[in-house]
Write a protein that binds this ligand. Structure first.
Ligand code: C5P
Length: 220
């Protein structure tokens, strides 16, 4: 399509969402948080009272899934039908269920088609698309493909800082568990051929944004 994918993958707590959003804003690009679609589907399965570990139930829910995702980096509202679930999809019950939903191959194929059509019809010159398999599966031919990484302890500390009041050890354990089940589905801890690595372990937020902008300028 005429709209470029800026593909950014990385693990939970790598700063991927905040960095991708900031980069999109800076460049006047659209922004697509693919994790929010999987989260919305997990919410939808739970809302139907179905079992998120049951692949058939998940697939049935996915075939009747009126998710509405915007591409405006300043509006991250997520809806299923008319229900605004923007905040609910960040709750631990959804985070804990999402890997199970994301494991079903037919679900991934369907969600990937949704992502590709959202980008193809986007009213932007490019869309920053962040997730786990954007550089490898959704848009392997994207002009810009970046893997954003950070040391596990740094990721856990950042995530614990975001969720004020939560126990840092519990946050680290939940993060580790989700990364482990997600890694069994797609490898987002190692860069595929041609994917640029940006390691933010030693970088603060503005420095990470600059590092990503530098890669985009060089490749696009
Ligand atoms: O990025 P975020 O942590 O919000 O993603 C939530 C979950 O969605 C991940 O833990 C993973 O199970 C799933 N996901 C995925 N593929 C993507 C993006 C997210 O499987 N491209």
């Amino acid at each position: 399509s005429a709209v470029d994918f800026i593909a950014i993958d990385g693990p939970a707590g790598s700063g991927k969402s905040s960095v991708s959003k900031a980069v999109a804003r800076r460049l006047g690009f659209g922004y697509l948080d693919t994790g929010s679609a999987y989260r919305a589907l997990a919410w939808h399965v739970l809302d139907r009272g179905a079992d998120t570990a049951d692949a058939d139930a998940v697939l049935a829910a996915a075939s009747d899934f009126p998710v509405r995702l915007g591409l405006d980096p300043d509006d991250r509202t997520v809806r299923v039908g008319d229900v605004d679930i923007t905040d609910e999809i960040r709750e631990p019950r959804v985070s804990g269920a999402v890997s199970g939903v994301a494991r079903v191959p037919a679900v991934r194929a369907q969600v990937n088609d949704l992502f590709r059509s959202l980008v193809a019809e986007a009213p932007y010159p490019a869309v920053v698309v962040e997730g786990r398999d954007i550089t490898t599966v959704v848009a392997p031919d994207a002009p810009v493909r970046i893997l954003l990484t950070a040391a596990p302890e740094v990721r856990a500390a950042r995530r614990a800082g975001e969720l004020s009041g939560e126990n840092a050890d519990a946050v680290a354990a939940a993060l580790h568990k989700r990364d482990a089940s997600d890694s069994a589905v797609v490898d987002f801890l190692n860069a595929a051929d041609g994917v640029e690595i940006v390691d933010s372990t030693e970088l603060d937020f503005p420095q990470t944004i600059d590092a990503v902008l530098t890669v985009i300028e060089r490749l696009r």
